[in-house]
Design a protein around this ligand. Structure first.
Ligand code: GTP
Ligand code: ZN
Length: 383
């Protein structure tokens, strides 16, 4: 049951409570989570200290660690979808041994597992919303723990409903023209709502006509690739290549979404890169951290396009999830066009994993015949 009386002068009270809880988690402070008659105190593993662990031990009952199924699978056990683990002893040392210095599971769990309850799962969902490592410490909310600090309280069901409500609350907040190299004057339209912490941006290239079919690229933010030209992925080339192609072909719309690291956030993406340096591929590294294959949602992209006046699109992507999301969102996807870049020595393994494990439409993109001795830095083919 979601909490009643949802409206306030400042918006939906359920959203406000969850936004505040996210801020508490990011600042490494505890939050109380209520579910029916149960209440617990939750604290993110990302940011745990001896003092925080001692605080949780003052609650009622045994404190525990809540971890997703992916993490347990990585530990050689299979508990789905979310498990509560009793950590013995409940100390930073034991936590470090469990998560390891690289955020990997380096030790089999000493304690016992059980399926997590609703409030515990909400704690984990909150760590995901806060873009932290997906693991949370919890204890039953005893009087002594509550008294130590006035805790922010949030309802478990409000946490679960947060992203849906956020995606639906999308609105345009500003727009202006920005000249882009090789693409002329483009209009940047900024939306609030959707995914992540920041705003979503639509870049209108050329002069696409509302009501008419439009070329669309849905692009998730990649700081390393888009901004710094990282060779580990194909993002920067795809972004610039699609803008260039749209400018040459009479216009289009790029949706630039706040979904760094496939929705895991920059800190977790860099943690995953560290694991990739040890030989894990892009999906195995995320799984070791406790993430599923892809945390992103694309449903609100259809709403962004509708707010801009577009209902029929030619979609530029290799990702079947994006195609499905726009169709499910009620848009008419007239055609899909792959966005191929030339593989490099540094990204060929990444691209092959996307094709082989996530079904990206990269079939004949030269990945299997790639010779790392040849043209590792060649410019991208036009999409
Ligand atoms: N977790 C994680 N995210 C990554 C890694 N490499 C790149 N990313 C992120 O992956 C996302 C790539 O986004 P996109 O370029 O929109 O898309 P895509 O899903 O590959 O689909 P298309 O390019 O449309 O075919 C961005 O959010 C990047 O930050 C990685 O190794 N691990
Ligand atoms: Zn990238």
């Amino acid at each position: 049951m979601e909490s009643a009386n949802a409206s306030s002068p400042f918006g939906d009270a359920r959203q406000i409570a969850v936004e505040r809880a996210i801020a508490e988690f990011r600042a490494a402070r505890p939050v109380a989570i209520r579910s029916g008659s149960t209440a617990l105190v939750a604290f993110p593993v990302d940011g745990a200290t001896e003092a925080a662990m001692a605080f949780l031990q003052r609650g009622d009952g045994k404190p525990r660690v809540i971890v997703p199924g992916e993490k347990i699978l990585a530990a050689g056990k299979w508990i789905r979808p979310v498990a509560a683990l009793t950590l013995e002893p409940f100390t930073m040392e034991a936590l470090d041994a469990y998560f390891g210095r690289d955020e990997r599971v380096t030790a089999a769990a000493n304690g016992s597992f059980r399926a997590a309850d609703r409030a515990e799962v909400a704690g984990l969902a909150l760590s995901n919303l806060a873009l932290l490592l997906p693991a949370v410490l919890v204890a039953d909310a005893g009087a002594s723990a509550r008294d130590a600090l006035p805790l922010l309280t949030v309802d478990a069901e409000d946490v679960f409903g947060f992203r849906d409500r956020e995606a639906k609350a999308l609105k345009i907040v500003s727009r202006a023209f920005v000249p882009l190299e090789g693409a002329g004057s483009c209009e940047f339209v900024v939306f609030r709502g959707g995914d992540g912490f920041r705003d979503q941006i639509a870049i209108l290239v050329g002069n696409p006509t509302p009501g008419k079919p439009v070329s669309v690229r849905i692009h998730s933010a990649c700081l390393t690739g888009d901004l710094f030209g990282s060779l580990k992925c194909d993002c920067g080339e795809q972004l610039r290549g699609t803008v260039r192609a749209m400018a040459e072909e009479g216009g289009g719309a790029v949706l630039y979404l706040d979904q760094e690291g496939r929705g895991n956030g920059i800190a977790n993406k860099i943690r995953a890169y560290r694991l990739q340096d040890q030989g894990f591929d892009t999906y195995d590294a995320d799984e070791l951290l406790g993430f599923g294959q892809d945390q992103r949602r694309f449903d609100f992209a259809a709403d962004m396009l509708r707010l801009l006046g577009f209902t029929s699109v030619r979609l530029m992507t290799n990702n079947p999830l994006k195609i499905k999301a726009l169709r499910d969102g009620g848009l008419n996807v007239l055609s899909t066009h792959r966005v191929l870049t030339r593989p490099t020595a540094q990204n060929v393994k990444y691209l092959a994993a996307k094709r082989d494990k996530a079904g990206h439409l990269l079939g004949d993109a030269g990945l299997d015949t790639f010779d790392s001795g040849e043209h590792p830095l060649s410019p991208a083919r036009h999409p």
